[in-house]
Design a protein. Structure first.
Length: 106
């Protein structure tokens, strides 16, 4: 191990497992929407749940942020990721609602 506590050797197995989980967590919501299995409100809940699960998979398997301990660096990264997600989701909603309002037939 080096000074940061990370092992010197990396194997591809965790990355491949994270990739498989990410693909599954992407395919399930697409399948639910495509095949119209659920009602609209339930579909949105399923999509939100799988989005949060995918964020956790990316943080764990690709960014190597452990959930058992929270050093300052991990806290800063998590806060930055949350701020970026809020900006992206908020900006996207703002654009969509603004376009909807501008395109309303009067």
């Amino acid at each position: 191990m080096d000074a940061s506590g990370l092992p010197n050797e990396r194997s591809a197995a965790p990355y491949l497992f994270g990739l498989a989980l990410a693909l599954i967590l992407t395919a399930v919501p697409f399948g639910v929407v495509y095949f119209d299995f659920l009602q609209n409100s339930t579909t949105l809940i399923v999509i939100a749940f799988f989005a949060v699960a995918q964020i956790l998979v990316h943080l764990r398997f690709f960014l190597h942020i452990g959930f058992d301990s929270t050093p300052t660096e991990n806290l800063v990264v998590m806060a930055f990721a949350i701020v970026l997600m809020c900006i992206m989701v908020g900006g996207s909603l703002w654009i969509m609602f603004d376009l909807d309002w501008r395109m309303m037939v009067q």
